[in-house]
Design a protein. Structure first.
Lengths: 102, 633
């Protein structure tokens, strides 16, 4: 097992944890954390490919920086949405958000 | 570039300084009134010096000098900005600069203590800038742009007391009514641009003289462009805005009526005179319009009681004379009358301004009863202006009217000459009606305040007095320079194309014309004397015995009523109605429909929402995984 495969495996495991978290957890905060996990898995993939496949360029690192920026912005927006939702529902359980049901 | 060419430098300074002064005042110095007025007056005085320099320097030009920078280039059409220096434009530039500077100095006294003092000077600078740049425009596009800016500036100044309802209405009226004419002018320019492809003034003129433009095109575009003159110079169908325009401060009226706004129309006619002379029909049309205007507005002036209104009607009728002169082919006489008229009409308005300032009324019967004749300087100056206006020897108006009559006499159709002479009687009558009323009041009121500020309020009075004296002396001597004037103007390239005709021949034709004109003026003055001047005169015009006609004249031949009616019928119940319906039904209805559609489709789509977010995600992931697997496989 070479080291690239190792990184990819770790990344895959991280991604799976994130995906499962998004699908299983009821708390919005936990879902947000899981989404961050998936993003980090993707970042890890970028870094690994950059390191092992084309070490001269730094496109992967730049991509990772962008993902970090996006993650920060997304967290800010998501948290403010959660706050608004909490004020409406007095809860952050995702199953309580059913206003839109037809 | 500037250093090598003093003429270009002088042109630039003349034109740019008032604009800079406008910007400075409006942006920075509105709080400091003294600074504002010094900036504005300084700018216009420097412009005046440059204009006089240009006037002298351009004396020997055989060909017009042009400076152009391309502004818009589209295909073969190039629209330049720049300067056109020839005799006509330099003459006009000097007239504008002189009148504008005198009016600004006079305003120091007239506007003293007004809360809008700085704003007033800013607008004055804007006005001067627009008019002077228009004067030196080398292409009709630049001319048109600044023509509209002149309209804007006069709108701002007429409506200067904007808190007064009638003033803001008058400003609006001036703006809208002149705009009607401008639409015609713009269409004319566009037609000319489309079918001839060039709007350079010199180019259009020389092409018309060389018969490179087809005659029907000249006729159509000339008549349309003449609509601009009708609007701006207050000619027959659109003359109603000018009498209302006196709602502004009196110095503004002086500026508006003499050298800037209304003179712009006549100036354009003269500017494109070779082009207009390419079509006999257009000239005939102009002659007709000028004559109707002249007679109508003279009759209106005969019954007015407001001093400014009398002068306003007389401006309209004198503009009618100028248009008649140009229409009859008298290029020099039209421009000469424009020049002399600028002098004496500014004088008359500025004098009336002193009276209005002093007595706080516009009715000259009231002024007279309060002892208007004790204000010696304005009274003498106003009499001089009135003598010039009615064409009495040796004042400037006599010479210019004389040359207009000569031009009319050289026209084959003598109706125009008869109308012109008839107008002289009316002019003399209404002018001296006012003068006699002012000089010989029927009964004096108790003038208690007369002792306190008798003949003077110190420096302010003389600030208003000196421009009057300057203008009055100009009015006295200007007439004797007719030959030099003609020589200066015709040293122009226009002479080379032989536009001026008939003047010399008619001069030789006889002195009967002069004698007739003088005796007609004498008749007018005599009638006015009998009714208003002599001891025990009733001070009621002969028109008061014909109430129907008097009412017709006083109501401006019901032109305002007609416009009101047309406005109600066509605009309000026609267009406005349609547009209101369009607004309600089409626009509002459309937006409402869109909203309802969005809402309805949202309701339908909400059936897809199952309330279980995580199951949705699960399904999504499963499907994606399936797709990914099938791609791999």
């Amino acid at each position: 097992m070479n080291s690239l495969t190792l990184y990819l495996l770790i990344s895959a495991v991280l991604f799976s944890f994130g995906l499962i978290g998004v699908m299983m957890r009821r708390s919005l905060i936990a879902i947000l954390v899981s989404i961050e996990l998936m993003l980090n898995a993707a970042s890890l993939n970028f870094m690994a490919f950059n390191k092992f496949l084309s070490p001269d360029t730094s496109i992967g690192q730049i991509y990772t920086l962008f993902i970090m920026g996006i993650a920060a912005a997304e967290a800010a927006i998501a948290l403010s949405i959660f706050l608004a939702l909490f004020r409406q529902l007095r809860s952050i359980n995702i199953e309580r958000a059913r206003e839109l049901r037809g | 570039m500037f250093v090598k060419d003093p003429i270009l430098l002088a042109c630039t300074i003349t034109v740019v300084l008032p604009f800079l002064s406008f910007l400075t005042i409006i942006c920075y110095t509105r709080k400091w009134e003294k600074v504002s007025c010094s900036i504005s007056i300084g700018a216009i005085l420097i412009s005046l010096i440059c204009a006089i320099y240009l006037f002298i320097a351009s004396r020997h030009f055989a060909e017009p000098l042009q400076y152009k920078l391309p502004w818009i280039i589209s295909g073969k059409t190039i629209i330049p900005f720049g300067f056109l220096v020839d005799h006509l434009s330099m003459l006009m530039l000097v007239i504008v600069a002189v009148i504008a500077s005198l009016v600004q100095i006079y305003s120091l006294g007239y506007m003293a203590g007004d809360p809008g003092f700085s704003r007033y000077y800013a607008f004055q600078s804007l006005f001067a800038w627009a008019m002077m740049t228009m004067t030196v425009a080398p292409s009709m596009i630049q001319f048109y742009i600044f023509w509209e800016l002149v309209g804007l500036a006069s709108y701002l100044l007429i409506g200067f007391y904007y808190e007064k309802w009638s003033a803001s209405q008058a400003g609006k009226k001036a703006f809208v009514v002149t705009r009607i004419g401008d639409v015609g002018m713009f269409i004319g320019l566009v037609i000319l641009l489309l079918f001839y492809g060039n709007l350079s003034i010199v180019g259009v003129n020389s092409a018309a003289v060389a018969k490179q433009i087809p005659a029907p095109l000249i006729t159509i575009s000339a008549i349309l462009i003449f609509c601009g003159v009708i609007g701006k110079s207050a000619q027959f169908p659109l003359l109603t805005w000018l009498p209302d325009a006196m709602e502004g401060p009196t110095p503004v009226s002086a500026l508006l009526h003499s050298a800037t706004m209304v003179a712009a129309g006549v100036y354009m006619f003269a500017r494109l005179f070779p082009f207009f002379s390419g079509s006999a029909d257009a000239l005939q049309f102009a002659l007709l319009i000028g004559t109707i205007t002249m007679v109508l507005s003279s009759t209106m002036a005969m019954v007015a009681r407001d001093i400014k209104q009398v002068w306003a009607y007389s401006t309209v009728s004198q503009l009618g004379y100028m248009v008649m002169a140009l229409g009859a082919g008298g290029y020099v006489s039209g421009m000469f009358h424009l020049t002399t008229h600028a002098g004496f009409k500014a004088l008359l308005f500025l004098c009336s301004g002193v009276f209005i300032h002093h007595y706080h009324t516009n009715d000259f019967f009231v002024m007279s009863r309060q002892g208007a004749r004790s204000l010696k300087v304005p009274m003498v100056c106003m009499t001089i202006g009135a003598l010039a206006l009615s064409g009495v020897f040796p004042f400037s108006g006599f010479f210019s009217k004389e040359s207009i009559m000569v031009a009319l006499a050289s026209h084959p159709n003598k109706i125009w000459l008869a109308a012109g002479l008839f107008g002289e009687v009316l002019t003399a009558y209404y002018t001296f009606r006012l003068i006699f009323v002012m000089l010989f009041p029927k009964e004096m009121e108790e003038t208690h305040h007369e002792e306190e500020h008798h003949e003077g309020e110190g420096i302010l009075y003389w600030l208003m007095g000196w421009p009057l004296i300057i203008l009055a002396s100009v009015t006295c001597v200007l007439g004797f320079f007719e030959k030099q004037f003609e020589h200066y103007l015709l040293g122009d390239y226009i002479l080379a194309h032989g536009v001026e005709h008939g003047a010399e021949a008619a001069h030789a034709g006889g002195h009967w014309l002069t004698i007739t004109a003088i005796s007609l003026v004498a008749i007018g003055v005599a009638v006015a004397w009998l009714e208003y001047g002599r001891k025990g005169a009733s001070q009621e015009g002969f028109l008061s015995r014909m109430p129907a006609i008097e009412k017709l004249f006083a109501r401006r031949w019901y032109m305002d009523h007609f416009y009101r009616w047309a406005l109600d019928m066509i605009i309000y119940s026609g267009f406005t109605n349609i547009f209101t319906r369009n607004d309600r039904r089409v626009i509002d209805g459309g937006i409402d429909g869109l909203c309802r559609g969005t809402e309805g489709s949202g309701r339908i789509a909400s059936f897809l929402q199952s309330n279980m977010v995580q199951y949705n995600i699960f399904v999504m992931v499963a499907i994606l995984g399936f797709v990914a697997l099938s791609f791999l496989g």
